[in-house]
Design a protein around this ligand. Sequence first.
Ligand SMILES: [Zn+2]
Length: 269
Amino acid sequence: MIFDNSKSIPYAQFEILKPFEGKITHFVTTRNESLPPSTQNFFTIGLNGIVDNDIVLRNRRLLAEQMGFKSDSYVFASQIHSNKVAVVKNEDRGKGAFERSSYLCDIDAMITNIKGVCIVTQAADCVPILFYDPAKSVIGAAHAGWKGTVYKIPLEVVRAMSSEFGSNPKDILVGVGPSIGSCCYEVGNEVVELVKEAFGNIRELILNNNKFSKPVFDLWEANKQSLLECGIGEKNIEIASLCTKCHNRFFFSARAGDKGRFGAGIMMK
Ligand SMILES: [Zn+2]
């Protein structure tokens, strides 16, 4: 990832998507240390009540302005740890941008071919994943916690991009954002069993870590395997490899005790 600290709202971008700046805008927000001390922990974009909604809406507006669009271009989903993908239409523009009640319901991923719609995934340890098919001009954004990862949400996104818009998986570029890493992600037996069921060979997915008595789950490797399974080229996958708990100074982490949410968004110009 590339960090841009030159603007008033620092953010990160995927190296793999950066060359397409003329066509797309994308970002991964951070905790934002440039803000005054009283607010530095709260560059959250989640309307989950941890700070007043008007602060969140202000954050979203400032981010949009900096990236060159308006808040009514955002679309947010309710994120229920499913593998459901929504095809975002023009009439969905602005859904979830200003209030939770209009979040796209029971959805964890969005795809669209409509310009000027910024689809955003919120995270604080779960994996935000951005997709771009430059050949068919289609974008996607997914939220993959352990459940979404086990349900192979990246595979569902790629399938939907192919069936809805004729995307060839070989053309799709994918950025796997910051999330809790296997350095910090201790999981219980019930997770191990489901990983085994979903992926078969768990040798590279469930690992031992001296810090913990239970094993750890490598969400990045699991999502990468799902992406390879559906025909995405290995060279077209960028994994940020940034653990939100280890890099809690930059990113919200639920396991570090945060209730704030950072966002990963993508929009076609
Ligand atoms: Zn870590």
